[in-house]
Design a protein around this ligand. Structure first.
Ligand code: UT7
Length: 337
């Protein structure tokens, strides 16, 4: 038996509240023009006061299950990639399992920041191929607004909240189909360039993330040396897309869709250029969602899927770069009707 994992359902969820660049420029010394020119971002969604990361994840998961024509009773495991868990423990995945009405199957979180979904897809694919699970719900979900220093213009303009989800299913088939394979990397010597420390004050229920001024000693907030992150991201993403193609014997020209992590439009364009791909073959959501960390890749996938752009048999290249630094890529032969 040769097991392969296939994406059979896709979903996404964005909280209602939209924070525009114009509104942000009344909060910190920035402008719509600067943000758009340097990053491509126009707006971001912000989690409601009474919502948690698990609520965003649950909504995205429900949509993915519905899309797959399945119920929670058909699922063997839930994996949630998140940097902004509801609590330190239990896992956000266990809370999502409860909220979906699931019982007595494994659920756990993984943490690879913005690369969480790419890491998760590699992990779940390996477990499905190994015969451990038949159907797995994989979610990337974040409430990044809760770990922002809303007085730091160099970071708070860049991130947003949301969740994306897929249902993966095992199929017995010989030819390379569904998730073809992945490459993952991490180099902890870069850890100081992009980080957030504990504790996580925004996790407390009833706290409006926009009211938090998270820059006091001991509180969590994203810190980033943007320039240096940018340089390494462009180099490593260029390398990793070449590596994944080489590993699985795929030519650049065979890629139909690039589904990149949405951090900065200039980084996305550099990767598309490296692949000699036209920008219109790239999923683009950074303008609408900003950087939603682990939710970014599945939300971008959901975006082009809902627009009806994906066709059965097309080859998709997913990639992400994150704090750690942790980065990676997955190759997917789209097999959904
Ligand atoms: O998801 C994980 C991966 N994350 C990333 O990939 C992010 C990578 N980095 C980036 O996307 C870019 O480096 C940024 C968008 C963060 C910054 O763009 P940049 O072109 O690298 O700008 P910079 O950091 O070199 O800053 C240029 C200027 C500075 O002013 P001076 O020193 O030249 O006077 C900043 O103080 O822009 C200033 N600046 C701003 N001005 C208006 C920084 N943030 C802002 C702002 N509004 N929000």
């Amino acid at each position: 038996m040769t097991l392969r994992s296939h994406i059979v359902g896709v979903g996404g969820y964005l909280p209602e509240r939209i924070l525009s660049n114009a509104e942000l420029s009344t909060m910190v010394d920035t402008s719509d023009e600067w943000i758009r020119e340097r990053t491509g971002i126009r707006q971001r969604h912000i989690i409601a006061k009474d919502q948690h990361t698990s609520d965003l994840a649950t909504e995205a998961a429900k949509q993915a299950l519905e899309d797959a024509g399945l119920s929670i009773d058909d699922i063997d495991a839930i994996v949630v990639a998140t940097t902004t868990p509801d609590l330190i423990f239990p896992s956000t995945a266990s809370i999502v399992q409860y909220k979906l009405g699931g019982r007595d199957f494994p659920a756990w979180d993984i943490q690879a920041v913005c690369s969480g979904f790419v890491y998760g897809l590699a992990q779940v694919d390996g477990m499905i191929r190994g015969g451990m699970f038949r159907r797995v719900l994989l979610v990337g979900a974040e409430s990044m607004s809760r770990i922002m220093d809303w007085q730091d213009r160099s970071t708070c303009v860049l991130f947003g909240d949301g969740a994306g989800a897929v249902v993966l299913e095992a199929r017995d088939e010989r030819e390379a189909n569904g998730i073809i394979g992945s490459v993952l990397h991490c180099d902890g010597s870069y850890r100081h360039l992009l980080m957030a420390s504990h504790p996580h004050p925004g996790a407390a229920p009833g706290v409006d993330p926009m009211d938090l001024k998270i820059d006091s000693a001991g509180a969590a907030a994203v810190e980033m040396k943007g320039n240096e992150v940018f340089r390494v991201a462009v180099t490593k993403l260029g390398e990793v897309v070449g590596e994944v193609l080489g590993k699985y014997g795929v030519r650049q020209s065979e890629i139909d869709w690039l589904i990149p992590h949405q951090a900065n439009i200039r980084i996305l364009q550099a990767t598309a250029k490296k692949l000699k791909m036209s920008p219109d073959r790239m999923a683009l959501t950074v303008d609408q969602h900003a950087n939603t960390s682990a939710a970014s890749v599945p939300l971008a996938l959901n975006h082009i899927y809902r627009e009806g752009k994906l066709e059965k048999g097309q080859l998709l290249l997913l990639e992400a770069f994150a704090g750690g630094f942790a980065w990676g890529a997955n190759l997917v032969r789209w097999s959904k009707d």
